[in-house]
Write a protein of this length. Sequence first.
Length: 406
Amino acid sequence: MSQPLDKIENIGRYKIISRLGEGGMGVVFKAVDPIIDRVVAIKVAKKFMGKGQTESLAAVDKNRFLCEARTAGSLVHPNIVLTYDAGIENDQVYIAQEYVDGETLAVNIREGRLLPIKKSLEIIYNTCYALDYIHQKGLVHRDIKPSNIMVNQLGQVKLMDFGLAGDLEAMLKGVERKEIVGTVGYMSPEQASGEMLDARSDIFSLGLVLYELLTGQKAFKGETPYQMMYQIVYGDFTPIETYLPDILLNLKGIIQTCLCREKEFRYPRAGDLAEDLLPIIRGSDSAVFDKRDQEKLELLKRLDFFKHFQYSDLQEVLKISTFHTYQRGEVIAEEAIVDNNFYLIVSGRAKVVTDSEEKNLIPGEVFGESAALTNMKRVSKVVAQTETVAVVINASLFVNASEPIH
């Protein structure tokens, strides 16, 4: 028998602390896992939460909720809320997820709460890489909106709520039935029309979020949900310069590309949108770094290792490291010594040499971190096989760096 909402104290092994909010499919609680003493967010299926309800969810509803758990549980990315667990207890279906101590962007689209433009762009930039990741996994989120993007106390961006996520392959094959899903005001034209969706639908929705973050206004207006959907499908969005007369032309162009009615003219990948945002974000800090530093940032950003770092994080990496070029055959790190540095290959190739084996290192690979951070002697040496550029990171400075860098 399911517990009434006002009586729930435990679900599974989790002890309920407080209620956090309510979404389309469930009620979210702050809870604690007593076994490992971890604070989590518990999402409980809404139909199990009604006061006095005793009937089970219909199989299709239960499967849909558990499908969200399976989808979210397969995603591991620094800008996506982690899913730890899911289960059914006394007719209540629940999902245990990472607890994010922060606020959703819904707070920052209100009058008087708008963020600085650079901060808004950095949030969208990081959300792009979360979307790029799920699109590469063959998924479409289908519910990108301010309340589904959180920023924690450290400034890290977290995309959440995969209750409406759809499988691209299933949609292409016609296995997944066409239906209008999403949130009115943040749908793409094809979404509002019940057409087949792909990654470009999420990009349109993210463009709407960006527009609202910058202006505090919705791009499309309507007094009723039907009018709003009609405007998205057939109308034109209010030119952003109406609210931001001094908007940069390239930023205006980015928004126009995101919000093209015909998806063929939008960004094909969220990563492409991120790459167009980066020069604007970087430009606002151009006085902080000289030309060589800008070149270093570009080198770091090309590496998969740093792909999901925020621009401010890369700035901090530069502050605690140096770039060094090693010639072919030159020893980068000597064995049997205590070295306070660890290294990341930026370009070229190197090899790790021990008594028993050799291992090749390519751009993006890190070495020496264990010995440097534990103040132990190195057990191998590293030699440049070609001209090699490496980032040399000081372990003492790293220890005192911010948590996102760790």
